[in-house]
Write a protein that binds this ligand. Structure first.
Ligand SMILES: C[S@@+](CC[C@H](N)C(=O)[O-])C[C@H]1O[C@@H](n2cnc3c(N)ncnc32)[C@H](O)[C@@H]1O
Length: 190
């Protein structure tokens, strides 16, 4: 069952303070994410957009996989400041992903969304907005399985809940995370 406590959460003010406090000490499974990206992208893609990019620890390892500057978006100004230092050749925006996607007129060949969907008030709306900015590319991402955290707005008890919610077809389980690749063709998920 998806446990949602959205009734308490009308905006991201409190969560953003938490992300700022965690800063570079925020644990994310980079040891799984970086190899997953490298295995999934065998030749460089034109442009990469990373949603909820964090402090740049992942992007610095994969910049060579983008033919143009990588674009990262994160709601935490502290984490974005670290990302700018860590990956000076990328472009970063401190913005909420949903508002970023709604105003974005650029297009990308790949979108990353690692360990972010469980933090979003409107995860399904964000999921549907992504093909608009990546109409003929692919999305790579991950969601934790049953790892409760005060910053999670929903926690998934098992893989089935995650694959059903995001209609995943191509995914694998690495430790306690579902890692997925989803192709997008003509602005729709394949
Ligand atoms: C668990 S961390 C994952 C960071 C990175 N993707 C990684 O795998 O290392 C979640 C990140 O999402 C960001 N975030 C959470 N909600 C967000 C939102 N609504 N808009 C933009 N960023 C958000 C947080 O600030 C945090 O950096």
């Amino acid at each position: 069952m998806v446990l949602e406590h959205l009734h308490k959460m009308n905006d991201y003010t409190e969560l953003t303070k938490l992300y700022d406090q965690r800063g570079i000490n925020y644990f994310t499974p980079a040891h799984l994410t970086i190899p997953f990206i490298k295995q999934s992208i065998v030749t460089p893609v034109t442009r990469i957009l990373s949603l909820g990019c964090g402090d740049g620890r992942i992007l610095k390892e994969v910049t060579h996989l983008s033919l143009q500057k990588i674009v990262g978006v994160d709601i935490s100004s502290v984490r974005i400041a670290h990302a700018k230092e860590t990956v000076p050749n990328a472009v970063f925006y401190c913005q909420e992903v949903s508002s970023f996607l709604k105003s974005c007129v650029d297009q990308f060949g790949a979108v990353f969304i690692f360990e972010v969907l469980e933090h979003l008030i409107d995860d399904l709306e964000v999921w549907e907005l992504i093909p608009k900015v990546c109409p003929n590319g692919f999305i790579l991402g991950s969601v934790p399985i049953n790892i409760p955290d005060p910053a999670h707005l929903r926690d998934f008890a098992n893989v089935q809940e995650i694959s059903n919610r995001y209609r995943l077809t191509d995914y694998r389980i690495l430790e306690k995370h579902v890692y997925f690749k989803h192709n997008i063709r003509n602005g729709a998920y394949g």
